[in-house]
Write a protein that binds this ligand. Structure first.
Ligand code: F3S
Length: 295
């Protein structure tokens, strides 16, 4: 059985950086003194591993004792969080992804230049909330073409987009926004990590008989990879860990594809690859026994 790993899969640059910063904090901060503001990534196994290293998860700054360390995750936060952390005397480790930081700064600049800021993205996503927090209360969030069509007319619209937003939908929304103003300034702040993973997953799903998608069931980017693989017509299993794999999934299967979301750590992918090797070894041994007539 051949197992092929997708060309682009697993941690993106921003998530890798955030997790590494959190690990360093776990090693240097006094035990239990460092906490991420919300789970660092949507991957329960990684969150658990960090907890064992002494890095906890806080729902708000109030949960972090004075003198402690707050780690800002890759989605970023608004300016009031930095101010509140300083007032409370917390040490702050900023793991905001540089791409997200760029979107926040662009939104702030547009607001300063007098544009009506429109953020294209998912309203409830923490990154979108952080961008809005940097550009002020007047900012409008648009999630769909329909929402863009319902907007009033503005003299000047300044656009920023959630880094993980789908490129095609972004273009369609911008096309509508162009009809809603006299002047438009568009910042295409999309990061290509998500798109690369999705394309690679679909390509691989077209070549293999079974696809394994590794990552948190609570991770929207991993779930999306599983959906895309399935929609490509390939039998697909979404697993969080190697322990969930079942040998009978691979009966009479010659080629298996493996991919993983941007929030899936390498060690979980490696464990899946190792387990697949074990299955393959066992299958070969069984075939050899059958051929010898010993079964
Ligand atoms: Fe950053 Fe792109 Fe990942 S914005 S967190 S590198 S998906």
């Amino acid at each position: 059985m051949k197992v092929i790993l997708a060309e682009h899969c697993g941690f993106c640059y921003g998530v890798k950086r955030a997790v590494e910063l959190a690990c360093v904090c776990g090693q240097s901060a006094a035990a239990g003194q460092a906490q991420t503001l919300g789970p660092i990534i949507h991957n329960p196994q990684m969150v658990e591993r960090l907890a064992r290293q002494g890095v906890g998860v806080a729902d708000s700054l109030e949960d972090i004792p004075a003198g402690g360390t707050v780690i800002i995750r890759s989605h970023g936060v608004g300016p009031s969080t930095y101010e509140a952390a300083e007032e409370k005397g917390l040490a702050l480790v900023d793991a905001t992804c540089p791409h997200v930081r760029k979107a926040q700064q662009a939104a702030r600049q547009l607001a300063g230049e007098g544009y009506q800021v429109v953020v294209i993205g998912e309203r409830q996503h923490p990154e979108v909330k952080s961008i809005v927090a940097w550009s002020g209360k007047q900012t409008i969030v648009v999630e769909s073409v329909q929402e863009a069509q319902e907007l009033a007319f503005f003299a000047r619209i300044g656009v920023v987009v959630q880094t993980t937003f789908a490129g095609a939908l972004f273009q369609a929304i911008v096309a509508v926004l162009r009809t809603k103003c006299d002047e438009i300034k568009v910042n295409r702040t999309i990061c290509n990590a998500t798109e690369l993973r999705q394309k690679a997953a679909m390509e691989l799903a077209g070549k293999v008989e079974v696809m394994l998608v590794v990552g948190g069931k609570n991770s929207s980017n991993t779930t999306k990879l599983a959906r895309l693989a399935e929609e490509s017509g390939c039998r697909t299993y979404h697993v969080e860990t190697a322990q969930e794999l079942r040998q009978h999934w691979f009966n009479n299967i010659d080629v298996v594809g493996v991919t993983a979301g941007a929030s899936t750590p390498d060690w979980l992918i490696e464990e899946v690859m190792e387990k697949m090797q074990e299955f393959d070894q066992e299958m070969q041994e069984t075939v050899a026994k059958i051929e010898k007539g010993s079964i």
